[in-house]
Design a protein around this ligand. Structure first.
Ligand code: MN
Ligand code: MN
Length: 330
């Protein structure tokens, strides 16, 4: 390459330089920026195994081999969108409320500058302040929530309202989420009570369990998922939606989840929806092996970026349903 050397960034080999997401420039200058990748290294909301505070750094490391052209979606996102690595939110480990305030303020700043947030967690408690900021700008959100768990507990620790298991309960209570445009993808595993899954369903939330996925097959699942999606959509992707065989590095693993390939197909199935913000959470590097989980998370973040690029570029075929993923079969 003949581009001048800055000592970091994409003009160097992938193994060289200071690590940023996809070797993008690190800056808080959002002039002309379409998408800001924001690290949120907070894991004080975890109930079992912590370590997701190390997620953003490791996902960045795992992202350096993302070469840029997405063959499945036929788009090179960095040619369509100006994307930067916005660095990390200043979190306060012993205070979830102060950390949430800082997360919300950072998301507000990115949105005020006209950019879209792609957040890298962190545990799932970070999604509530992120969604609060997005709902303030876009109104009640439609949500696609990939997760083994519904995260709709009333209280997880005594009377504490906030944790990684309560975010979506609070968001529905605060009317940040429109329940009729909210889909949970990949629920499974035992729960303390039946109510853990029922609470959201009773409020009109669509829950697609792993048993549903096995019964329906992926194309039908994509169709069902898309039926609920109108208006501004926030995608929240808990990496434990994937099976622990494909994502061992996470805090609350549940067997019987999606394969990596299925996760990619489901995210690509969101092609054409009005994606206004997203996060990839619950990657806990201390429990990972061979970076399996962080590589998956980095690739899913790249798919989300690609969806934004496809939508920005326009020219959707037909009704915007994904090509290369037969919507007729099944
Ligand atoms: Mn979760
Ligand atoms: Mn989960």
């Amino acid at each position: 390459m003949t581009t001048p050397e800055s000592g970091f960034g994409a003009e160097l080999e992938p193994f060289a330089g200071i690590t940023s997401f996809m070797r993008l420039p690190v800056t808080r200058d959002l002039t002309g920026v379409d998408v800001a990748v924001v690290g949120v290294p907070y894991d004080g909301g975890t109930s079992y195994r912590s370590g997701a505070r190390l997620g953003p750094r490791r996902i960045r490391e795992a992202s350096v081999m993302l070469w840029g052209y997405n063959n499945a979606l036929a788009v090179k996102p960095l040619d369509v969108l100006k994307v930067v690595d916005y660095g990390d939110v200043n979190v306060i480990p012993p205070s979830i409320t102060e950390s949430m305030a800082n997360i919300e303020a950072r998301a507000d700043a990115v949105l005020a500058a006209g950019a879209t947030v792609l957040a890298l967690g962190g545990d799932h408690s970070i999604s509530l302040p992120l969604m609060r900021a997005h709902a303030r700008k876009f109104g009640p959100l439609g949500v696609v929530h990939f997760d083994a768990h519904p995260d709709t507990w009333h209280r997880e620790f005594d009377e504490q309202p906030y944790s990684h298991g309560t975010s979506f309960r609070r968001a529905i209570e605060e009317k940040i989420i429109d329940p009729s445009r909210y889909v949970q993808m990949g629920l499974r595993g035992p729960t303390p009570e039946a109510m853990d899954w029922q609470w959201a369903r009773e409020r009109g939330v669509r829950a697609i369990t792993m048993d549903d996925v096995v019964e329906l097959g992926l194309p039908a699942v994509v169709r069902t998922m898309r039926e609920a999606l109108r208006g501004p959509i926030y995608v929240s992707l808990d990496i434990d939606a994937a099976d622990p065989a494909f994502a061992p590095g996470t805090g609350t693993p549940e067997v019987g989840g999606f394969t990596s390939r299925e996760m990619l197909q489901l995210v690509r199935g969101l092609r054409g929806v009005e994606l206004v913000g997203c996060d990839v959470v619950e990657v806990s590097p201390p429990y990972d092996h061979g970076d399996i989980t962080s590589i998956l998370a980095a690739n899913l973040a790249f798919e989300l970026l690609s969806l934004m690029a496809v939508r920005r570029r326009g020219g959707l075929e037909g009704n915007g349903e994904p090509r290369g993923f037969s919507m007729r079969a099944g």
